[in-house]
Design a protein around this ligand. Structure first.
Ligand code: MG
Length: 265
């Protein structure tokens, strides 16, 4: 069942989304050569405490950390640990919160120091593909309009869209109906519903610089990597479908003049 949120619910989702974005922005700004991915998790956890929210991923199906940190060929679901970031790395941060019973979910990928031009392009194209998809999150469109916009843009730029993981509805649960794939595929057997005002979706392209295949780490059973070792990027926003323009919920709405230092994506 796809839920359409009431104005009461939307208000809470706006707050959950804004807190998610603030915490992610803070963690992203801490990224520099030498910092460990565990330190990034500590920052996320401390920030969640400060904002009075629960990190949504911690304990989710046994996930052991507050934030997913996925480096280089890691696509998503990387577990923070002793790894030290180095110049040339790209770091995906995926984070969600629960606030008064409602979820926010967002992700971005950032560079550590100087990175290879192809990886710079990977970050740019993945972020832009998110916005191409977001622009299709309009009442009357179908989910596949979002999927197609993302896939066409990514493939036009020579990269590939991960098939094994998809975006999702979000609200009182982190994962609600419908699934939001980043591709259109005859083999896709999920629903392709018409979008209606009040639906809230987490749109999240995962894009590989090389081939499409990914595998899950057999030891930790979480970390997803590209099979060919190519680097992978991930950007995500939680968005509200309205009568008009889609509303990005995972953004910081600080009054003008007070946004200095914040990363928005
Ligand atoms: Mg998500």
């Amino acid at each position: 069942m796809i839920t359409r949120k009431s104005s009461f619910e939307i208000k809470r989702m706006r707050e959950a989304g804004e807190i998610t974005a603030r915490i992610l922005s803070r963690v992203a700004q801490a990224i520099k050569p030498g910092i460990t991915t565990q330190e990034l998790d500590d920052l996320a956890e401390a920030a969640a405490r400060e904002f009075g929210v629960k990190p949504a991923f911690k304990g989710y199906q046994g996930f052991p950390a507050s934030i997913c940190v996925s480096v280089n060929d890691q696509v998503v679901h990387g577990i923070p640990g002793p790894r030290r970031l180095e110049p040339g790395d790209i770091v995906g941060l995926d984070f969600g919160v629960v606030y008064q019973g409602y979820y926010g979910d967002a992700a971005l990928t950032v560079a550590v120091g100087e990175i290879a031009p192809v990886h710079r392009k990977l970050l740019t194209v993945t972020q832009e593909s998110l916005w191409k998809g977001l622009a299709q999150a309009r009442a009357g469109n179908r989910v596949s309009d979002i999927s197609r916009a993302i896939q066409e843009y990514v493939e036009k730029n020579g990269f590939s869209v991960v098939r094994d993981f998809v975006g999702h509805g979000i609200g009182q649960a982190m994962h609600e109906e419908p699934q939001v794939p980043n591709f259109v595929d005859p083999a896709w057997t999920g629903f392709d519903p018409v979008l209606k005002p009040g639906m809230t979706l987490a749109i999240e392209p995962m894009v590989n610089a090389g081939a499409v295949e990914v595998k899950i780490d057999r030891k930790d059973r979480w970390t997803v990597r590209t099979v060919d070792g190519s680097y992978s990027a991930h950007f995500e926003h939680t968005v509200l479908v309205t009568e008009g323009e889609p509303e990005v919920l995972t953004k910081v709405t600080t009054p003008a003049g007070e946004t200095g230092g914040l990363i928005q994506w």
